[in-house]
Design a protein around this ligand. Structure first.
Ligand code: AP5
Ligand code: MG
Length: 216
């Protein structure tokens, strides 16, 4: 089993790369953003609360997120195969709480400059059915219909310029301290996230494998 955390600013490719890492390492991909979007679409109480925060580009309160993640990490697939966390932790409080619940083998920091992520976010399109990520440069094979599930592929409601600016500011103020904290624990490896998705995946897998080998 492998327990990974993927850090990276908005649009760095956490979702894109986590899908590949999950396939490589055989661990479940847990994206808190995807979980909240599913809850919002289903109209659950947490989902309805989350929608207001997400559309404005603000972080949900730590206590709400801790409830969500604790429940998910107690599921049998995680206990058996580990996890790949995408979008959690996002604050120092969440980081400390996570290491109180479970061990983490490696945390990856996917580094992509701000001008590049703004460009990527503006061309991102996402399947409303299964969450698969596309872009204007790499659309589905026909008519903005998902190749995996046939769902409609649209722009995310929080990919507006105002919400993106708020999300990037929250990353700087709240998440960078969590990234540094993982570094002080000796758990962080930084990987260049610029290049084709395949090149980045190759770099990431090599960096994670090397760190796992050191720890064995
Ligand atoms: P979340 O869904 O996690 O959004 P985010 O952090 O803003 O990150 P993104 O999903 O925007 O970026 P990504 O790194 O996954 O990039 P992607 O792979 O899509 O969170 C949404 C909201 O939920 C938060 O704002 C908050 O409100 C709430 N929330 C979630 N977790 C929370 C928590 N722990 N605490 C509190 N609140 C929480 O790639 C982007 C685009 O680039 C795509 O189009 C992709 O095709 C393209 N692309 C990817 N890689 C490449 C490449 N190498 N070259 C060219 N294009 C690429
Ligand atoms: Mg994402």
């Amino acid at each position: 089993m492998v327990r990974l955390v993927v850090f990276g600013r908005q649009g760095a490719g956490k979702g894109t790369q986590s899908a590949r890492l999950a396939a490589h390492f055989g661990a479940p991909h847990i994206s808190t953003g995807d979980m909240l979007r599913e809850a919002a679409a289903a109209g659950t109480p947490i989902g309805l609360e989350a929608k207001g925060y997400m559309d404005a580009g603000r972080l949900l309160p730590d206590e709400v997120m801790l409830g969500v993640i604790e429940e998910r990490l107690a599921q049998p697939d995680v206990l058996e195969r580990g996890f790949l966390l995408d979008g959690f932790p996002r604050t120092l409080g969440q980081a400390e709480a996570l290491l109180g619940i479970t061990e983490v083998d490696v945390a990856v920091n996917l580094e992509v400059p701000e001008d590049v992520v703004i460009e990527r976010i503006s061309s991102r399109r996402v399947c409303q059915g299964c969450g698969r990520i596309y872009s204007v440069a790499e659309p589905p094979s026909r008519n903005w219909t998902c190749d995996t599930c046939g769902g409609e592929v649209l722009q995310r409601p929080d990919d507006t310029p105002d919400a993106v600016a708020a999300r990037l500011a929250a990353y700087q103020a709240e998440t960078i301290p969590a990234v540094h904290w993982f570094d002080t624990k000796g758990l962080l490896v930084t990987v260049d996230g610029v290049g084709t998705p395949d090149d980045v995946a190759e770099r990431l897998i090599a960096a994670v494998e090397a760190r796992l080998a050191e720890r064995r």
